[in-house]
Design a protein around this ligand. Structure first.
Ligand SMILES: [Zn+2]
Ligand SMILES: [Zn+2]
Length: 503
């Protein structure tokens, strides 16, 4: 279970690669395999590899007739997928060759420099906030695809993408799950605009007439905005709201906000999706992989550490007036990392995921809630017996005006198996110990004035009431505070597998 994220799902499907069943588990490795294998240049992406924005007809089915260019792109994608499938069958498990750790460390360095350049010009830019926004837009893009609400997204989509789905199609998209979201490039060199390109690894359910199918996709989205903007504060940025007034988005097709009447120019106040490329699409059986276990990869690889980690630690100590790093680290390691890890996997294993709600970001909660539901529907449990942490290593400290993020690599072991309602084992092993490692990123709002109280997993960090009444959206049922944004305490923001982590 370890891998909370999710897992399986895709994976199995994507490359017929069995995955471990933990929540974060193999699933992201599967996704990785699909993304790394589709092109050798994939990891060293450059803006020039964009074709047009739209190979997406391959995933959106009957949306609109294809142009010859689209048909050509589709053809190429199909060929690539076929090659991947053939290779994965012939090459067996070793096919999933992750980029070497040194290479991922270089990528991390280069992305970190690009983000630093963006922050130089925009002191309000926050990586955590941007990822939340991108995730939110991705889910709504599909959820609204055939509904009138699609017009709400008009300020955030290029004119071409705004007209992408013809309305009133006979299909709907639901159960959209983003398994991973990676930085590919942040480009601030343009004279008028700046861009951010990210890669999604996701899956969703498509209902067409009586047919229900699940697809795993890898997509690259490039956002743009006018150069020289100062990002709005997180409350206005994090969801797909009016960039002017912050009200929930209710826009006309022309981009006029239904609340404040502002005519929102694309890219003028908020990031706008300019290009979208579907890199891979696979139909996948929804339950495939629930009980499939692949060998752990990357557990032996070196830990990818931030290049200036020591300097970041020093800055952290200065900011909080801490004489010795251990004064911060020991309680963090034990009370946050250790206790969250044990609690979160415990709830996963017992299938009471809702009880972990206040410890997780919205994204992580929702993604894994979907997988948990799949287990519930089958009557299965993914057990993680004798879970123990073997080592916790600090990998990265990132802070900006609004958020602080700390990434650690956790080495752990457990007996990871899946059993049905009658206790019969359908995957994994109850007796052999499975070792794994994952990168976990915790975030909280920045703020020197914050008075950190002792961490208590069983209490609302805002009002101190028992954390037994958290709503689906992460709001405390007693005080109404939204806990999942990290406003009051650390929340787990991201789980990444060791074979794909790029920092
Ligand atoms: Zn407005
Ligand atoms: Zn509360």
């Amino acid at each position: 279970m370890k891998k909370l994220l999710l897992v399986l799902m895709l994976a199995g499907l994507a490359v017929s690669q069995p995955l471990p069943a933990r929540p974060g588990g193999g699933h992201s490795s599967s996704s990785h395999s699909s993304s790394s294998s589709h092109s050798s240049g994939g990891w060293s992406h450059s803006g020039s590899s964009w074709s047009t924005h739209d190979s997406s007809s391959s995933s959106s089915g009957t949306a609109h007739p294809m142009s010859s260019l689209e048909a050509l792109i589709l053809f190429i994608i199909v060929v690539v997928i076929v090659i991947i499938l053939i290779r994965s069958q012939a090459g067996a498990r070793s096919v999933v060759t992750a980029p070497p750790a040194q290479y991922r460390a270089q990528r991390q360095q280069s992305i970190a420099e690009q983000i630093a350049a963006l922050k130089q010009a925009d002191a309000n830019f926050s990586a955590v906030v941007f990822l939340d926004f991108a995730h939110s837009l991705y889910c709504k893009f599909y959820e609204y695809s055939t509904k009138p609400e699609f017009s709400y997204l008009s300020p955030f989509l290029s004119t071409e993408l705004q007209g992408h789905f013809q309305r009133s199609q006979p299909w709907t998209v639901s159960e959209i799950v983003v398994n991973s979201l990676r930085w590919l490039e942040i480009n601030t060199a343009g004279s008028d605009t700046e861009t951010i390109t990210v890669e999604f690894d996701a899956n969703y359910t498509l209902d067409l007439q009586d047919q229900r199918s699940r697809y795993a996709v890898v997509e690259r989205w490039q956002f743009y905005r006018r150069k020289g903007l100062l990002s709005a504060e997180p409350e206005k940025m994090q969801s797909v709201n009016c960039p002017q007034c912050g009200a929930p988005a209710h826009f006309t097709d022309a981009g006029v906000c239904g609340y404040c009447g502002a005519n929102v120019q694309k890219g003028d106040a908020q990031w706008c999706l300019g290009k979208r490329v579907v890199v891979a699409t696979h139909a996948v059986p929804a339950v495939a992989g629930l009980a499939a276990y692949a060998e752990e990869q990357g557990t032996q690889a070196i830990t990818i550490k931030q290049a200036d980690l020591i300097e970041q630690m020093n800055r952290w100590q200065q900011r909080y007036g801490i004489g010795e790093w251990q004064q911060f680290w020991l309680p963090f390691e034990n009370d946050v990392v250790g206790n969250y890890f044990t609690a979160i996997y415990g709830h996963w294993s017992r299938r009471d995921w809702q009880a972990a709600r206040h410890l997780l970001s919205d994204r992580l909660y929702e993604t894994n809630a979907f997988w948990q539901k799949m287990y519930v529907e089958r009557g299965w449990f993914n057990r993680l017996d004798h879970l123990r942490i073997e080592q916790i290593v600090l990998a990265k400290i990132d802070s900006d005006k609004f958020y602080e993020a700390i990434t650690v690599r956790i080495f752990a072991a457990c007996n990871d198996y899946t059993e049905d309602a009658g206790g019969k084992i359908v995957g994994g092993s109850k007796t052999s110990l499975r070792r794994f490692s994952e990168y976990w990123t915790f975030v909280r709002r920045s703020g020197k004035e914050r008075q950190d109280k002792p961490y208590s997993l069983s209490q609302c960090p805002s009002c101190g009431a028992p954390a037994d009444n958290m709503g689906q959206s992460g709001e405390c049922g007693y005080c109404g505070s939204k806990i999942s944004t990290g406003q009051f305490s650390w929340v787990l923001f991201l789980i990444e597998q060791d074979e794909v982590y790029c920092g």
